[in-house]
Structure formats: structure tokens, C-alpha cells
Design a protein around this ligand. Structure first.
Ligand SMILES: [Zn+2]
Length: 440
């Protein structure tokens, strides 16, 4: 066995912290994660550097805040700054990633990872594009559960049975991202409603979530429909919990020595809103339901201090932390090692221009008044749930004498923007995926 520790990262997209049993005992969604957490660091104050997939993962892989890496839309390419996977490869690690979210195949965010796009129906490019469209349409109409995560876990498991050490692996799970279509058994774990109830609420969910105005500005979701959408979300989370149980138990049983030399990090890139601030989804808000995330680390080599579980930490802090643990030659960043003190967390949000432009078009079509236009940019400083500030730079009404506002301004002014490497054009398949998720 090598002395270099392995890294295994699980990103559970859109998993809201207070919907995990380990953070909220009244939720029964994640029994496996709860028992696994007994042997882990469970971070109580983990804050994401942003509120959506592309910006957050780019920060996590570079240690740069979103305003620094400047990746906030499709077609942009990350500039010259080594990703964690590039650092790992340089240090002799194998670096493999698994998932199918279109954002993660944009902007060179996955640069350095040998990526497997986990597609349960791999078809030749041209044909696959049309076949996928038909499939998506059919499965939407019949409310069929999307088996992509099952496929991702199975591919990653095949790899981890064989992979050479030292390795770094990134696995992205998408099931808890809207729109939710759990299988009926998983839905019934949380709802007394029958199939008819699930179908009618799925329909309503499609109606609200397929429109940007519906998600962010106005919708007619009733309280009981919202409850059933939450139950579908819980169902999806419980499916992921089962998949994680399969993966981690199999790894532990089949490769016990390697397991005890692997730092396993489980996190969500952001939370999710269900009507808070009038929003469904994850945009245009710095609500704690979005920015506070679950972060659980299995650390068999005792590389992280126990007390850091109670400290403020950010997902981008994994970059210096994992670099220190694994001996990567990482450049200095404004992120903080989990073992060091961090006084505040900072969150950056800039809406993807493509999504924002589409939303404005839809607002015009539906005659929605301009004063309903959501903020295009938001920044936040966070100390605890009661001590935070949110800055909308286009409104700029905050009190400059306020210490938190002044710290937030200092933070933003201290950051340099990394020059992007230019542009790329998203493939039809990626565009379909972004469209299916409701971004385009
Ligand atoms: Zn996400």
C-alpha cells in the first residue's frame, strides 16, 4: 500500500442540508449517511462559495472564488490555474471523474480528470441526440424514474474495484436536482398519496419548473402540491442514500486496505429553495437554504482537526486542504485550509447570461413588470444564520459603516480576475442536457 492517501469526492447536487437526517433528525431521508457519519467529521457551518453547479464546482476544483475564476456561463474556458485534478496527476495520482451534468462538461471545469460521461443509453453522437430527445419526452410524460445516478455509481464502482493507487476520484450525482422523478417505492417512503397523487403533482412540478417565471417570479403552487414536491425530492435523496451505501460498503469490503487510506468527502454544491423568497430551485437568493451545505469527511488518517467541524468552512477550502494532505504543489489562493481559522464565509453569485436573457424574454412575453426582475448579481458575507449581509451591487443600499459590509467590500476588492482561456461551443448533447434541466 502506498503511503499517499487517496481522494474520493461525492458531489450530491442540490442536496439541502436540513433535508439530511444527519443535520435534521426529523428527516428520514439518509439513514446510511447518518450511520456512516459516526466515523466522519460532520461540518456544521459549511458554506458554498456560490449557489449553482458550474460556479461552485469550478471554485472547489481551483480554490478560487467565482469572481476570481470568472466561469459563470456555458462556452467559457477556465484560465491558467491548475485544477485539483491537474495537481493530483502531476503528483502521480490517477484522476477519474463520473457524471453527466452538462455544466460540468463546460468551461474546462473538469480539466485534469479523465471523465466518463455516464449515459445509460450510449448511442452514436448524431443518433443519440435525437434518441435522447424522444426518451426525455417519453419519460417526462410517463414520470419514469431517471436511472442516470444508478449508472454513474455502477461505472464508478467498476473503476474503484480495479483502480491503481494513489487515486483521486470525483463522482457527481444528479438525482436530487429538479425536476424530481423518484420511483414510486421511494416516493411512498414519504407520502401517503397514491400513484395518481404522484402523477398529478409531477405534472404541476413540470409546469412550474419548466418556466423561469414559474421558478423565480410567480407560480400558483398550492401548499399541498408543494408538500408532494418535497416528498418527491425526499424520495430522490433516499435513492441516492441507497446508492452511496452500495458504493461505500462495496469499496470497504472489497478493498479494505485502500479504504483505510482514502479521504472520502461527501458534499452538496448548493441547497434548494421550495418557495422561500418566492423561489423554487437555486438562483437569485442568498437564503441559508441555498448557501449552507452538507459536508461530511471520512478521514481515516486523521489529517483534519476535530474542532474544525464547528468552524466556518467553505467548499473551495477543500483545494488547499486536500493539497496539503496529499502533498500537491498547489498555488496560494484566498481559500483557507480546514485546519486553519476562517472568520467569515463569502458567497458570490452571477446569473448565467444565457439563462438570464431567456428569463427576461419570458417575462416580456408574459407581461411581467420590470420591477419583478431578479438581481443579476449578489454577494454575501456569513458568520452565522443571524449575522450575515447580502449585497446587490446594482442596488448598493448597504450601510458602509457596518463592519460586515466593510469586510465584504474588502474581500471583493482584494480579488483578481483570472483571464479566461477564451471560448468553446457547447455540443448539441450538452445543450440538450442544460435545456432538460431548465437552464436554456
Ligand atoms: Zn448544482
Amino acid at each position: 500500500m502506498t503511503s499517499k492517501p487517496n481522494i474520493l469526492l461525492f458531489s450530491i447536487d442540490s442536496l439541502r442540508r436540513d433535508f439530511c437526517t444527519v443535520y435534521n433528525e426529523s428527516e428520514k431521508t439518509t439513514p446510511f449517511l447518518s450511520s456512516f457519519s459516526n466515523d466522519c467529521h460532520v461540518f456544521q457551518k459549511a458554506i458554498s462559495p456560490s449557489i449553482w453547479t458550474l460556479a461552485v464546482h469550478t471554485s472547489l476544483f481551483t480554490g478560487l472564488y467565482p469572481r476570481e475564476h470568472s466561469i459563470n456561463d456555458k462556452d467559457q474556458i477556465l484560465g491558467d490555474h491548475p485544477t485539483i485534478a491537474e495537481l493530483a496527476t502531476k503528483a502521480g495520482y490517477t484522476a477519474k471523474s463520473f457524471g453527466f451534468n452538462g455544466w460540468l462538461r463546460q468551461g474546462a471545469t473538469l480539466r485534469g480528470w479523465e471523465h466518463t460521461k455516464t449515459d445509460p443509453w450510449p448511442l452514436p453522437d448524431g443518433l443519440g441526440h435525437y434518441a435522447k430527445k424522444i426518451y426525455n419526452n417519453l419519460s417526462r410524460r410517463t414520470f419514469t424514474h431517471k436511472p442516470e445516478d444508478e449508472h454513474t455509481i455502477s461505472k464508478a464502482l467498476d473503476e474503484i474495484r480495479e483502480i491503481n493507487e494513489p487515486f483521486s476520484m470525483f463522482v457527481h450525482l444528479q438525482g436530487a436536482h429538479y425536476k424530481y422523478r423518484p420511483n414510486y417505492t421511494a416516493y411512498r417512503r414519504f407520502s401517503d398519496g397514491g400513484r395518481r397523487m404522484m402523477y398529478s403533482c409531477s405534472k404541476k412540478q413540470q409546469k412550474v419548473y419548466n418556466s423561469k417565471v414559474g421558478r423565480y417570479i410567480q407560480n400558483d403552487m398550492t401548499q399541498s402540491e408543494r408538500e408532494e414536491v418535497l416528498n418527491m425530492y425526499r424520495g430522490e435523496i433516499s435513492i441516492i442514500d441507497d446508492l452511496l451505501s452500495d458504493f461505500i460498503n462495496t469499496f470497504r469490503e472489497q478493498r479494505p486496505e485502500e479504504y483505510e487510506n482514502t479521504i472520502i468527502v461527501l458534499f452538496s454544491d448548493h441547497g434548494e429553495l421550495f418557495g422561500e423568497d418566492g423561489i423554487y430551485g437555486h438562483n437569485f437568493s442568498m437564503n441559508d437554504g441555498l448557501i449552507r451545505v452538507p459536508l461530511i469527511i471520512y478521514d481515516p488518517i486523521n489529517a483534519i482537526d476535530e474542532c474544525s467541524q464547528e468552524s466556518i468552512v467553505q467548499l473551495n477550502d477543500l483545494y488547499p486542504t486536500l493539497s496539503r494532505i496529499c502533498g500537491f504543489d498547489a498555488p496560494g489562493t484566498n481559500s483557507t485550509d480546514l485546519n486553519d481559522d476562517r472568520e467569515y464565509a463569502f458567497v458570490h453569485y452571477e446569473a448565467a447570461q444565457s439563462m438570464y436573457a431567456n428569463m427576461l424574454g419570458e417575462m416580456k412575453e408574459k407581461n411581467i413588470h420590470k420591477d419583478k426582475i431578479p438581481p443579476r448579481e449578489l454577494y454575501s458575507i456569513w458568520k452565522n444564520e443571524n449575522t450575515k449581509r447580502v449585497l446587490d451591487p446594482n442596488q448598493n443600499k448597504l450601510d458602509k459603516d457596518d463592519i460586515l459590509v466593510s469586510r465584504l467590500n474588502d474581500h471583493l476588492q482584494s480579488l483578481d480576475r483570472l483571464q479566461r482561456r477564451g471560448n468553446e461551443t457547447a455540443s448539441d448533447e450538452v445543450l440538450d442536457n442544460l435545456r432538460e434541466m431548465g437552464y436554456l
